[in-house]
Design a protein around this ligand. Structure first.
Ligand code: NAI
Length: 336
C-alpha cells in the first residue's frame, strides 16, 4: 500500500522504516502537517498516516477521498481530531494505536509531579550558576498524599500503580472502574469529591464533548488550596485562562502540562528563534511553578517501536481487508 505519512520527524521515519523492513508498504514521508492546503501531497497514495496535530476534519477528509484515499492510520491513541461521522459517511476506514505504552505517559506524569514538587527545573539552573542555596526549593513528601486520577484506562491505571508505590492514597473517577485498581486499594469517587479530596489531580480521560474543559473555574474552586494539577491527555480538558487565574491567586500550587489546547503548529516545532504569538502559552511559561513539556509523554523508544509496528500491521490489515482490530468508528469510538 502506498501511504502518505504526515508530520514526520526523523525519529518517525527511522522507526516506521524499521517496522516496514519487509517492504510491505511504500511510505512517502512528508514533513508538513495534514491540512486543507497539504492534502494534495497525498495524491497517488492509498492511505494517509497521521499524528495528533494533523487536521482530519470533514473538509480535509473530503479532499482525501477525492484523491482516492480510503484509509487513515493514526499514529496515536487519541482520535478526538478525527471527524468520525464524516469518515463513516465517506466510507473511510480509521485505525489507531490504542495502547503502545501506557508506561511511557504514566512515567512522564510521575516525572512532572516529582520535578514540580522538588523544583528540579529551578535547581538545575541554579546549581549550574554556582548557586547551591536551598531557599525556595522546599518540596513536600509524596508519601501519604492523596492523588486523584480522572480516568483509569490504560494510562490512568498505570499512573495509579506508580503513585501507590510512593505510598500515596489513590482515589479515582471513571464510569468503568478498573478491578485491578480496586484490588490494589484505589477508591472510586464522584469527580467533585475527588477534586475536594486530592492533593494531586491528574487527567487521563480522552477529549470528548463531555470532557471538554472538564477543569473549569467552578471545578478549580472546589480543589484543595495549593493543589498540583497534571494534564498529559489533551489540552482542551482544561479551561486554560481559568487555570491561569487560579495560579495567580495560589489556588493551584503547581501545574504540569504535556498538552495545550492551542498546541497545533507550536508543539513539535523549534520556536527558539521565533516570536511566540500565543499570549496564553507565553503567560503560562512565566510561572515558576508551571512545567510545560511539548507533548513528549509518548516519546520513549519502546512506545515509538510499538507505534510503528502497530501502524504497519494496521495498514496491512486494511490492505488485505482483514478484521481491523484497531478500527475506530462512531459505533465503536473506544476502538474495542
Ligand atoms: P483509555 O481509553 O485506555 O482510558 C480512558 C479512560 O477514561 C477510560 O477508562 C474511560 O472509561 C475514562 N473516561 C472517559 N470519560 C470519562 C469521564 N467523563 N470521567 C471519567 N473517566 C472517563 O485511554 P488511555 O490510553 O489511558 O489514554 C488517555 C488519554 O491520554 C488519551 O485519550 C490521549 O488523549 C492521552 N494520551 C496522551 C499522550 C501523550 O503523549 N501526552 C500519549 C497517549 C495518550
Amino acid at each position: 500500500m502506498r501511504v502518505a505519512v504526515y508530520s514526520v520527524k526523523s525519529y518517525d521515519e527511522q522507526f516506521l522504516a524499521a517496522a516496514n523492513s519487509s517492504g510491505a508498504h511504500e511510505f512517502v514521508f512528508l514533513e508538513p502537517r495534514l491540512t486543507e492546503e497539504t492534502a494534495l501531497l497525498a495524491q497517488g497514495s492509498d492511505a494517509v498516516c497521521t499524528f495528533v496535530n494533523d487536521d482530519l476534519s470533514e473538509v480535509v477528509l473530503e479532499k482525501l477521498v477525492r484523491l482516492g484515499i480510503r484509509g487513515v492510520a493514526l499514529r496515536s491513541a487519541g482520535f478526538n481530531h478525527v471527524d468520525l461521522a464524516a469518515a463513516s459517511r465517506l466510507g473511510m476506514q480509521v485505525v489507531r494505536v490504542p495502547d503502545y505504552s501506557p508506561h511511557a505517559v504514566a512515567e512522564h506524569c510521575a516525572t512532572l509531579v516529582l520535578a514540580l514538587n522538588r523544583k528540579i527545573h529551578r535547581a538545575y539552573q541554579r546549581v549550574r550558576e554556582g548557586n547551591f542555596a536551598l531557599g525556595g526549593l522546599m518540596g513536600f513528601d509524596l508519601y501519604g498524599k492523596s492523588v486523584g486520577i480522572v480516568g483509569t484506562g490504560q494510562i490512568g491505571a498505570c499512573f495509579a500503580d506508580i503513585m501507590l508505590g510512593f505510598g500515596c492514597r489513590v482515589v479515582a473517577t471513571d464510569p468503568f472502574p478498573d478491578p485491578h485498581c480496586e484490588a490494589r486499594g484505589v477508591e472510586y469517587l464522584p469527580l467533585d469529591r475527588l477534586l475536594r479530596d486530592s492533593d494531586i489531580v491528574s487527567l487521563h480521560v480522552p477529549l470528548t464533548p463531555e470532557t471538554d474543559r472538564l477543569i473549569n473555574a467552578e471545578r478549580v474552586a472546589v480543589m484543595r488550596d495549593g493543589v498540583t494539577l497534571i494534564n498529559t491527555s489533551r489540552g482542551r480538558l482544561i479551561d486554560t485562562p481559568a487555570v491561569i487565574q487560579a495560579l495567580k491567586i495560589g489556588k493551584i500550587g503547581y501545574l504540569g502540562l504535556d498538552v495545550y489546547e492551542e498546541e497545533e503548529g507550536v508543539f513539535f516545532e523549534d520556536y527558539s528563534e521565533r516570536v511566540l504569538h500565543d499570549d496564553v502559552l507565553a503567560r503560562l511559561l512565566t510561572f515558576p511553578n508551571v512545567l510545560v513539556t511539548g507533548h513528549q509523554g509518548f516519546f520513549t523508544e519502546e512506545a515509538l517501536q510499538n507505534i510503528a509496528e502497530t501502524t504497519v500491521n494496521n495498514l496491512s490489515a486494511m490492505e488485505n481487508a482483514s478484521t481491523l482490530v484497531n478500527e475506530v468508528t462512531l459505533e465503536r469510538p473506544d476502538g474495542q
